[in-house]
Ligand binder design. Sequence first.
Ligand code: CMP
Length: 437
Amino acid sequence: MIHPHSRFNIFRETLVLILTLVITIEVPVVLVFNIHLHGLLAVLDIIISLVFAADIILNFLTGYEQDNRVVMDFSRIAKRYLKKWFWIDLVATVPFGLIFQGLPFLQAGRLPKLLRLLRLTRLLRLLRIAQFILRINSTNILKPGTLRLISLVFWITYAVHFIACGWIVLGGNPNGLDNLSLYIRALYWTVTTVTTIGYGDIIPHTNEQTLYVIVIEIIGAGMYGFIIANIANLITNIDVAKSQYRDKIEKINIFMKYKNIPADLQKNVNDYYSYLWESRRGYVEASVLQDLPISLKTRISLFINRDMVAKVPIFQGASDEFIREILLNLEATVFTPGDIIVRKGEIGFDMFFISKGSVDVVSEDGSIIYATLASAQFFGEIALLFSTPRTATIRAREYCDLYRLDKEIFDSVLERYPDFEAKIRDYARQRKAELNS
Ligand code: CMP
């Protein structure tokens, strides 16, 4: 069995995709210009059929992903494949063009029109391209905006190609142009019609052509609207994070002006948003992650805080279970320079871990600095452990990313993890002694 993420599978999918692009562009051209498949074209057709046939066999042997797991069981893979894609792939693999051409009673020129249209079954492979784009979309390899732009250009190019081929079928070649010039003129007609420019220099001559123009004009109006709407949407969403962030700042600034908030306070608010943008692209951790299930939230928290967890002394040597429980219950908060985070004498309901930035441990009036705490250190534990008022004031020196741990959770964790209690008590005693001295 072949793993869906294996190098071989990626190579196979890329090859099939490229050949699909080639054949879906080629088939309408061959049909429209009634090109006899020989030499290189015939070889290409045979190669493509062989690769597609091999692809069908490999599809039976390649696992697939479901609910985050790779299924490698042959019978499940076969059942799933036979349900839909097998038939589409099978029909698209048969080289109808070469078969009909080879049959003596159906020589190229005399091929009944309806039978020739069977060649179009190759276009069924376009569904595979659509499926491929959907899959890329779910992998996060490309930015959603970039992928949407690529698929928009891709499908529009196909549509224009097919419409141009239809125009040639109905219009024939009254001016005796060579195939390339005829195709270029058809493309030109299609683009001017679809974009509603319609110079009128290439006009329909027969009833069928006139009807075709009417239909394409109607479809074209829709297509044009679709393109413009998509492009406008893409431009506004080039950077979703930035536009959401700008929206937020605009709203709060209007609100502050309306409420006559002092200019320096307004500046502080704007500085805070700038910090949020610089440090985390404007996203507040708690609200971004709130919809995720606990398991994913924990994994993301573990990843984001891996440096801090590795450095915090009281976490050293702690069990994974303990760290997971603490991380899940930490609440990310930001303080701006000069903010008083904890005030001496107040009752304590929480303790803090410093993820980024630094704070001063100061006297009540702020004149004496007892200590400075930085990233991976913690504070606020004394009031929680000994049920006393806060022993000092904590002031932010700069922008600080802190994690807040609630007293209730602190108490329950302490009860269940005596090692942690012993360690943190040691710290608290030492700090109290330092303060007293
Ligand atoms: P708590 O008393 O709850 O609130 C103030 C905090 O300052 C205190 O907990 C300790 O976490 C911290 N703190 C007090 N003294 C010191 C010190 N000497 N060194 C570092 N931190 C201290």
